[in-house]
Design a protein around this ligand. Structure first.
Ligand code: SF4
Length: 345
């Protein structure tokens, strides 16, 4: 099990619930726009929000953003240790910063002292796109080993100062390299890992890349916090992350729809029926497996295995609850019965 790190009141690692992160795409200097987006992220189920702190004006927005939002905040900083210090002094909950980028051990000592004083963890965020030149020369390209070597160099700099409140990420846009790199890294360190595929693209392909890489890792028990990176609206990243964690049964906080792909046996507009039932059950926040099947061939089996299920037939439908038939009748009556029984459960 990984070592536990606290980001304000959210634990990362040590067996804590896998937290969902995203990053705002507003100008951090515009505190109101950033606050509005973080509130939207919170409503979607984001646990930790990150924003860029690329200058002093952005760092000045931190107290106001923190005052008006509710989830832990992370300052994303590249190269400028003064901005990391300023962010910590202004109340940030975590910084993403690579200590190897600031040149001297004395500067790292100042940073870690300040972070320790304010109980602020540091995420070392190695990215294939900004790997150190020396490692690029050594490995020829940002290979998994190059990413790991970079991360471990940064880790050593923090450990040399007695600082261990560390989270690590090693991101690349390659699904395969991401999985290989994190598998190896997890065997070498017990710091919590922030997993993600960076520059994953947009839409369907981004979802597939992130699901393939993060799904593989999470099934192996690797990953303590995650971000699904997608070009565009960060709220969509959070929805996708929640769905991925639900699909892996790592999040049990709502309904899980089991529905068949449809075929020539399907009766009625099955997609419309599934969407309508999902909408009617969307208020349920407890784990509930709901099977909605287009016919009785596979429907009876899946319906019985789910907490609640419905299987349609040409002349009606059957409803199951905890493996037992509780209703049979017309489609409309059966859907109403399914909703009623689901609410009871
Ligand atoms: S459950 Fe029935 S309708 Fe749905 S795909 Fe299977 S055989 Fe076809």
């Amino acid at each position: 099990m990984t070592h536990k790190v606290l980001v304000r009141d959210v634990a990362i690692g040590g067996g804590a619930k896998i937290s969902i992160q995203s990053m705002t795409n507003t100008d951090t200097r515009d505190a109101d726009a950033t606050i509005a987006q973080i509130l939207e992220l919170e409503a979607a189920g984001c646990d930790i929000a990150r924003f860029t702190v690329n200058d002093k004006e952005a760092a000045k927005s931190i107290p106001r953003i923190r005052e008006k939002t509710h989830i832990p905040l992370v300052a994303d900083i590249h190269y400028d240790a003064r901005l990391a210090l300023l962010s910590i002094e202004n109340g940030i909950d975590k910084v993403r910063f690579n200590p190897g980028n600031i040149g001297s051990a004395s500067k790292v000592a100042v940073l870690t002292r300040c972070a320790r004083l304010h109980s602020v963890p540091i995420r070392i965020g190695v990215n294939a796109g900004s790997l150190e030149k020396a490692l690029l020369q050594k490995y020829g390209s940002p290979t998994p080993d190059a990413l790991i070597e970079s991360a471990l160099l940064h880790v050593k700099l923090l450990e040399a100062q007695g600082f261990y409140d560390i989270v690590i990420s090693i991101k690349t846009s390659s699904v395969r390299d991401t999985v290989i790199a994190y598998r190896k890294l997890s065997s070498l360190v017990d710091y919590p890992l922030h997993i993600g595929v960076t520059e994953a693209g947009y839409g369907e392909m981004a979802l597939i890349k992130s699901s393939a890489a993060l799904g593989s890792l999470l099934i192996d028990g690797i990953g303590d916090t995650l971000r699904i990176s997608m070009t565009g609206d960060p709220i969509a990243e959070v929805h996708a992350a929640r769905k991925l964690l639900s699909a892996l049964r790592l999040y049990n906080d709502g309904i899980e729809i089991i529905s068949c792909p449809t075929c020539g046996r399907t009766t009625g507009d099955h997609l419309a029926t599934v969407k309508a039932i999902e909408k009617k059950l969307s208020h349920i926040k407890k784990p509930l497996k709901v099977a909605i099947m287009g016919c009785v061939v596979n429907g009876i089996g899946e319906g019985r295995e789910a907490d609640i299920g419905i299987a349609f037939a040409p002349n009606g439908a059957v409803v199951f609850k905890s493996g037992t038939v509780v209703f049979s009748g017309s489609r409309e009556e059966a859907i109403a019965a399914l909703i009623e029984h689901a609410n009871e459960l």
